[in-house]
Design a protein around this ligand. Structure first.
Ligand code: NAD
Ligand code: UDP
Length: 312
């Protein structure tokens, strides 16, 4: 039994991770300030004897005894992280310093939830970990992209300077139950619109691509990464290499929901990456991991979640 801290544990991925770690018999401390997460996501665990909730802002230092840290605290949806960009930078830079200082003080292994946004609008396709990326340092997405890039720098500098055990996961677009209906990400937007019979909002001409990983597969990848030997730090891509255009995504969701929604085209946001797809050879080799859930199966489960939420 390990004592595991999950920062951002009340969020979309964090809440699934907390459940998985509790199911494995660990003691789980969920630290969250509920800025983008939700109490509803963790309500089922509140009475669990091995679950603890710490309502706290990760930018503020904290002292705890833990064996492992999954550091997920950060807004992730472009709409949310651009709403308060200074806070986004602060959370990713100062928040990572807090988490790393805690790891240093306790000797805990710490895993960073980094992102495919490290690669920006990439010239290399699919993206490999050796690619340094093409990121605009002063655009509307920079608070997140550069915040996450600086966080990776801090992780590797804490390793170089203090020798702490680190793991860095570059997470590609992830979807599934517990996404917030109104957080502006494409899968939740399209499903909510399709279920309501509203127009589906395609940005640009809908030819841009993403590669979507079901959340259960992502949690499996994060747990496997944490279990690797200390010599393996990453960064390692975690994502599903099944690449789709946003038009194809809209068509799948319309078909699976039986919706009569129509497509409407809105301007493409500035710096929106045109193509994104992970090369997961490193994860396959070092973690023995690859996604298992087929796209339409994951979409069907996500649609069922939003239908249920609509009824509750
Ligand atoms: P989310 O917004 O659902 O969860 C983030 C959680 O962090 C929320 O519960 C939020 O309240 C909490 N949080 C934010 N700022 C905080 C602060 N200052 N102090 C304490 N808690 C704070 O997002 P998610 O999709 O679950 O993403 C989790 C992590 O994975 C993030 O670090 C994100 O950057 C990374 N990631 C996610 C995706 C994806 O597709 N979901 C892709 C790449 C990377
Ligand atoms: N997008 C869209 N309609 C929406 C929301 C998003 O066409 O209602 C597009 C967006 O422009 C991007 C892709 O879907 O090209 C993925 O957007 P999301 O915000 O989910 O995540 P990103 O990968 O851009 O961080």
């Amino acid at each position: 039994m390990q004592r595991i801290l999950v920062t951002g544990g009340a969020g979309f991925i964090g809440s699934h991770l907390c459940k998985r770690l509790l199911d494995e018999g660990n003691e789980v401390l969920c630290l969250d300030n509920f800025s983008t997460g939700s109490r509803r996501n963790i309500r089922p665990f509140l009475a669990h004897p091995n679950f603890g909730l710490i309502t706290h802002d990760i930018t503020v230092p904290i002292s705890l005894e833990v064996d492992r840290i999954y550091h997920l605290a950060s807004p992730a949806s472009p709409v949310r992280y651009q709403h308060q960009p200074v806070m986004t930078v602060r959370t990713n830079v100062q928040g990572s310093l807090t988490a790393l200082d805690l790891a240093r003080a306790t000797g805990a292994t710490i895993l960073q939830a980094s992102t495919s946004e490290i690669y920006g609008d990439p010239e290399v396709h699919p993206q490999t970990e050796s690619y340094w990326g093409r990121v605009n340092p002063i655009g509307p997405r920079s608070c997140y992209d550069e915040g996450k890039r600086c966080a990776e720098t801090l992780f590797f500098d804490y390793r170089r300077q203090y020798g702490i055990p680190i793991k860095v996961a570059r997470i590609f677009n992830t979807y599934g139950p517990h996404m917030e209906a109104d957080d502006g990400r494409v899968v939740s937007n399209f499903i909510v619109q399709a279920l309501a019979g509203d127009d589906i909002t395609l940005y640009g001409d809908g030819s841009q691509t993403r590669s979507f990983c079901y959340v259960a597969d992502m949690v499996e990848g994060l747990v496997k990464l944490m279990a690797t030997p200390e010599s393996f730090t990453g960064p390692v891509n975690l994502g599903n290499p099944h690449e789709v255009t946003m038009r194809e995504l809209a068509a799948s969701i319309i078909r699976l929901t039986g919706s009569r929604s129509r497509l409407t085209f809105l301007p493409l946001p500035q710096d929106d990456p045109k193509r994104r797809c992970p090369d997961i050879a490193l994860a396959k080799r070092e973690l023995g991991w690859e996604p298992r859930i087929p796209f339409e199966e994951g979409l069907a489960a996500t649609i069922a979640h939003f239908k249920k939420e609509g009824r509750d």
